[in-house]
Ligand binder design. Sequence first.
Ligand SMILES: NC(=O)c1ccc[n+]([C@@H]2O[C@H](COP(=O)([O-])OP(=O)(O)OC[C@H]3O[C@@H](n4cnc5c(N)ncnc54)[C@H](O)[C@@H]3O)[C@@H](O)[C@H]2O)c1
Length: 437
Amino acid sequence: MKNPLKIENAEGKLGVMLVGLGAVSTTTIAGVIAVRRGLAKPIGSLTQMGTIRLGKRTEGRSPAIHDFVPLASLDDVAFGGWDIFDENCYEAAKTAGVLDAALLDKIKPELEEIRPWPAVFDRKYVKRLDGPNVKKGKNKRELAEQVREDIRRFKKERGLNRLVLIWCGSTEIYMTETPAHASIDAFEKALETNDDAIPSSMVYAYAALKEGIPYANAAPNLSADIPALLQLAQQHGSPVAGKDLKTGQTLIKTIIAPGLKSRLIGVEGWYSTNILGNRDGEVLDDPESFKTKEESKKSVLDYILQPNLYPDLYEKLCHVVRINYYPPRGDNKEGWDNIDIFGWLGYPMQLKINFLCRDSILAAPIVLDVALFLDLAKRTGMSGIQEWLSFYFKSPMHAPGLYPEHDLFIQLMKLKNTLRYMRGEELITHLGLEYYD
Ligand SMILES: NC(=O)c1ccc[n+]([C@@H]2O[C@H](COP(=O)([O-])OP(=O)(O)OC[C@H]3O[C@@H](n4cnc5c(N)ncnc54)[C@H](O)[C@@H]3O)[C@@H](O)[C@H]2O)c1
């Protein structure tokens, strides 16, 4: 196989625009600056630390991913963003309370330069929040135009060559597709009539896609996952990825569940509970926002365990997910999983997992990777849903009629094979018979 795709070089600067300068965004931004300055390592980031095996196991070729495909260098990344609070990025990072003051103080001037632009925001969609730094406009179309102006201004003022936009804002209320989402025409009319079916995140997604910019959704809300915006993405050549970063408890779930299933161990029950005390936890304390998150978290096991194919093992699975807002913990979430499993002849066993994790520490490298890979996809001429980035998401976007792939190891293989495909390298199937010929 030797037909590499044509990929434009990553020349010049990449602007990464984040909606919401909260815990995830500020940890990403401060992290990139700290890594750039040699103050810390980009642990958890595939684009910065990952390698990729090429050819046969006997060839010994395993370059770093960033040497194999042309990715933007961290030195060329510039950040901007929106928030309903007008704290600069240094103050916002302090409020988020994820990173130590000692580290933040070392990079304070660079963080202070990043001031959030006024946001498109409506409390209807995030009930537990309110803030002063909000745009005004006669309808949602006008607000989208204002976001497009922010994007163009940022590009011009900072001398940027390319852009990526990622929703890292709060989880919006649970919504389902309506006729207003069915086509670009219907969507644009709905923008003008201020239709309730269009939450703030869709206004940002629309603005990005209209500008031909890649868009990703770090949260579980519907956002770009509707026909109108996917059509727009195709029309304007924008790659799209989402939804809901796979960190914490769900990451562990998608590591453990494929293992149990591969050994045909039955699962009768999976009870997951969490305590967390950051602003995300406060927003998720509202039942309508929690429902969006719950749907995203719960779908994972059904797809991995495939009870339709293995009724004896998984048909009766009782899966419960709880999140409790508990302020003393801040961003340091604690998750407990009790897993009731059974083996040979149906004999029961239990697995207990207690994960003391740091949500934003797990999320930041994902935001960075998604930004850099979406920029790569754009330069490769790819548009619409980027299923190969499923690796990063709890509710991976997928083509209609397909089921999403949730198994972390299949997702990683898919991602790396996509990179091999881009470069015209042999795809790796792990067949391996050739070693014994
Ligand atoms: N941390 C993780 O591991 C993780 C994992 C998966 C998903 N997420 C999701 O990522 C999102 C961000 O998480 P976080 O921990 O940073 O939350 P956070 O509450 O610290 O930050 C969200 C920020 O978005 C801002 N915001 C809300 N609506 C906005 C709007 N319309 N325009 C501009 N800004 C807006 C809020 O003011 C806040 O500063 C949440 O939706 C969360 O559910 C986080």
